[in-house]
Design a protein around this ligand. Structure first.
Ligand code: NAP
Ligand code: GDD
Length: 329
């Protein structure tokens, strides 16, 4: 039986990837960081909490990573753990570097010391393109990160490439563009918008405060993107792949999709609040997934319209549950 260790299993992608690997018959282990409150709601949401084995550990603690590998004996490791919110990376740049950059080399070293034959996936990001150097970004586009998060991820990307070239390890870097789902953290713009639309429709909220709504992103569905992660570790050799839809949309247009689905006009509710502007913005991202499509035989399956509607439906459902809980029914 194949075994996989997923770091960041309590995050959006970790939960979807765990479900995918369970469906493929893997024994799934997840590294879980010690927190004062329960962080497993996404595993509950997908009904897989009892099917995965959680091992306590932290990306900043090399000894815990070695212990996790010794215990789980995985054939594949997926490194999804990160301080992943771009906005927070200006407030906590050192923590972001420790977890999102140094954490990667900690894990690669732990693998090299325990079993260098393990296949490794690194969650790299379109944020590394930042101030874009080409209108459509591919594996050969030069990087220009614009946030402490993007800079940290760039280290993670290159150390992944370096361990492949230095030690012949099977390491892959998935340069994933933004991907969303009903399991997206509430701080990210898509979920903030779909949650607000659901609350406004239900009479629980009156406005939505946003920053730069002219920013453009290449948004896909997380459920589709975890399939690409798995496909990378199944190849004969590790490599780097851009995973994207090849379409870009403004935050403004995304708001329109969400609100008009509920027969609302976003312009009646969205208030621009400079508090949400970033010190250095990534204005536009647009990925070229040709290599993933041709070499991995991967394809994005969910349109942005369907994705946003799926998220709005899930948020409406949550709001309903919240209201009935408060009402005691
Ligand atoms: P997410 O929901 O923010 O999940 C991040 C995960 O990392 C959580 O499970 C979190 O645990 C864990 N983590 C944070 N600090 C840790 C530490 N010190 N030790 C161990 N675990 C720690 O992120 P996501 O959206 O699923 O993204 C998954 C990965 O892909 C991240 O590396 C992200 O940077 C990258 N990525 C995401 C996107 C996207 O659009 N979603 C695009 C490109 C790349 P807690 O639950 O305890 O906080
Ligand atoms: N979060 C947030 N909140 N973003 C806002 C807001 C707001 O109120 N208003 C406008 N935006 C804009 C941001 O300035 C940014 O240009 C865009 O919406 C998307 O922001 P996020 O949803 O926070 O995502 P991100 O693109 O910064 O980062 C996400 O995608 C990266 C891949 O490109 C994260 O998932 C990263 O971890 C990931 O690497």
């Amino acid at each position: 039986m194949k075994a996989a260790l997923i770091t960041g299993i309590t995050g959006q992608d970790g939960a979807y990837l765990a479900r995918l690997l369970l469906n493929k018959g893997y024994k799934v282990y997840g590294l879980i960081a010690r927190r004062s409150t329960d962080t497993t709601w996404r595993l509950d949401y997908l009904n897989i909490k009892n099917e995965v084995d959680l091992i306590e550990g932290d990306m900043t603690d090399l000894s815990s990573l070695i212990r996790a590998l010794n215990f789980s004996k995985p054939t594949e490791v997926y490194n999804l753990a990160a301080q992943s919110f771009v906005g927070t990376s200006w407030e906590q740049p050192v923590l972001t570097a420790n977890v999102t950059a140094v954490g990667v080399v900690n894990l690669l070293e732990a693998i090299r010391l325990t079993n260098p034959a393990i296949r490794f996936y690194q969650a790299s990001t379109s944020e590394m393109f930042g101030l874009i150097q080409e209108p459509m970004q591919s594996e050969s586009t030069p990087f220009y990160p614009r946030s402490p998060y993007g800079v940290a991820k760039l280290y993670g990307h290159w150390i992944t490439v370096n361990y492949r070239e230095s030690f012949g390890m099977h390491t892959s870097s998935g340069i994933l563009f933004n991907h969303e789902s009903p399991l997206r953290g509430i701080e990210f713009v898509t979920r903030k918008v779909t949650d607000a639309a659901a609350r406004i429709k239900s009479g629980l909220q009156s406005e939505l405060r946003l920053g730069n709504i002219d920013a453009k992103r290449d948004w896909g569905f997380a459920g589709d993107y975890v399939e690409a992660m798995w496909l990378m570790t199944q190849q004969e050799v590790g490599d780097d792949y851009v995973v994207a839809t090849g379409k870009t949309t403004t935050v403004r247009e995304m708001c329109d999709i969400a609100f008009s689905y509920l027969d609302l006009d976003y312009q009646d509710y969205v208030v621009i609040d400079p508090k949400f502007y970033r010190p250095a913005e990534v204005e536009v991202l647009l990925g070229d997934p040709t290599k993933a499509i041709t070499k991995l035989n991967w394809e994005p399956e969910t349109s942005l319209n369907d994705l946003v509607r799926m998220m709005v439906d899930a948020d409406l459902q949550r709001v309903k549950q919240e209201v009935s809980l408060v009402a005691g029914v």
